[in-house]
Design a protein around this ligand. Structure first.
Ligand code: KIV
Ligand code: ZN
Length: 390
């Protein structure tokens, strides 16, 4: 089987920017959009143009700037939203309108006070109207994760007939289990006439920590687009993290799926988004967290010093991280201490190492982490205790 492409739809500037405190100005959005374009993102969701004049301006400026990626604007299934989005996207090389409506019983009843038939009618009218402005129209079935599969298939069938080019199946509330979400995608593939002519998209939220697993289950069952954000930022617990899906597909060639993203940009882009949004990245965040390539326990450090692959499945250089880190703590062993000592200029014999190690443990017990400067101090303390050091 030849490797199939999974399109990356980045919504950092829309779903990501909805996070309280993460608001960006147009200049910041342009900077991030330029990077997303450079790193190989297929679609940049630039904003929700009708939501504010500032968002309209950002989508419009991003449309002028971006060279390769498609630029997408979100709308509700409302004519005015679609007209405003079309206007904001008019300079884009590849414009896409993303329109849709809720399809779960809860959304139909409480948000729209409507019937299932009315929802289909409103969705299809919006898709057909959006097609008057652009050739590329993505339909989202909001809360598809909790929508009845049979009804969802009916909705999708009508949206394909109305001219949708992409069907987005959001797990808006992050409710689904991976197996369940994968089955949903397969059900649609098997039960929507004409679905082979459109792209199925996964848009997963992280309320149960399953956003990435669900997106991967989706593409394993036939979806060919993943909607994600840098660092997994997004509403509530966030969205699928771009860096995670890109590396999962690269590290698992047996899936026969890949993206066009150049991974060497991942770390720097994570840092850029974190800085611009003022949103810290948790240290244990996969791929881009400060500890993603840091080793602190003695057993792991010994292995990594002998051969990096003993405890690392990714070469940090591939994602733009300079090197793995050996972090000295009271849990470190002699191998790590000798390694760090050598780095700061002390070559120790085995006997010296044994003696300095005892001094190191006493010192490290009072500290969270032993830094390079601390090593000089440990050496000094050792010397004072007449431990011979070359
Ligand atoms: O989570 C969601 O359902 C969304 C849609 C607007 C695509 O963000
Ligand atoms: Zn969302």
């Amino acid at each position: 089987m030849s490797t199939q492409k999974v399109e990356i739809f980045d919504t950092t500037l829309r779903d990501g920017e909805q996070v309280p405190g993460c608001k960006l100005n147009t200049a910041q959005k342009l900077k991030i959009a330029a990077r997303l374009d450079e790193m190989g993102v297929d679609v940049i969701e630039a904003g929700f143009p009708v939501s504010s004049p500032g968002d309209f301006k950002s989508v419009s400026e991003i449309s002028k700037l971006v060279k390769n990626s498609a630029v997408c604007g979100l709308t509700r299934a409302v004519k005015k939203d679609i007209e405003v989005a079309a206007e904001a996207l008019k300079h884009a090389n590849k414009p896409r309108i993303h329109t849709g409506i809720g399809t779960s019983d809860s959304h139909i009843k409480y948000k729209f006070n409507a019937t299932r038939e009315e929802i289909i009618e409103r969705g299809a009218t919006a898709v057909a109207y959006a097609r008057k402005f652009v050739d590329d129209v993505e339909f989202y079935a909001e809360d598809a994760g909790r929508s009845d599969n049979e009804f969802l298939a009916k909705v999708c069938t009508e949206m394909v007939k109305a001219g949708a080019t992409v069907l987005n199946i959001p797990d808006t509330t992050g409710y689904c289990l991976p197996e369940e979400y994968g089955r949903k995608i397969k059900y649609l593939k098997d039960n929507v006439p004409g679905i082979e002519n459109v792209t199925i998209s996964c848009h997963c939220h992280n309320d149960l920590g399953l956003a990435t697993a669900n997106a991967i289950a989706g593409v394993m069952n036939g979806a060919r687009q993943i909607e994600c954000t840098i660092n997994g930022i997004g509403e509530r617990a966030g969205n699928t993290a771009l860096e995670e899906v890109v590396m999962i597909l690269r590290q698992h060639p047996t899936l026969d799926l890949n993206t066009l993203i150049d991974p060497k940009f991942l770390y720097d882009t994570s840092t850029m988004v974190s800085r611009e949004m003022g949103m810290l990245v948790q240290p244990n965040k996969a791929i881009v967290g400060a500890n993603a390539f840091a080793h602190s326990s003695g057993i792991h450090q010994d292995g990594v010093i002998k051969n990096r692959e003993t405890y690392e499945i990714i070469d940090p250089a591939h994602v733009g991280v300079t090197e793995s880190a050996i972090v000295l703590t009271a849990r470190s062993g002699r191998a790590a201490l000798a390694y760090k000592c050598k780095k700061v200029g002390y070559e120790l014999t085995k006997l010296e190492l044994d003696k300095v190690y005892t001094e190191f443990l006493n010192y490290a017990d009072d500290k969270k982490e032993v830094l390079d400067d601390d090593i000089h101090e440990i050496m000094e303390l050792s010397r004072k205790k007449n431990i011979a050091i070359a």
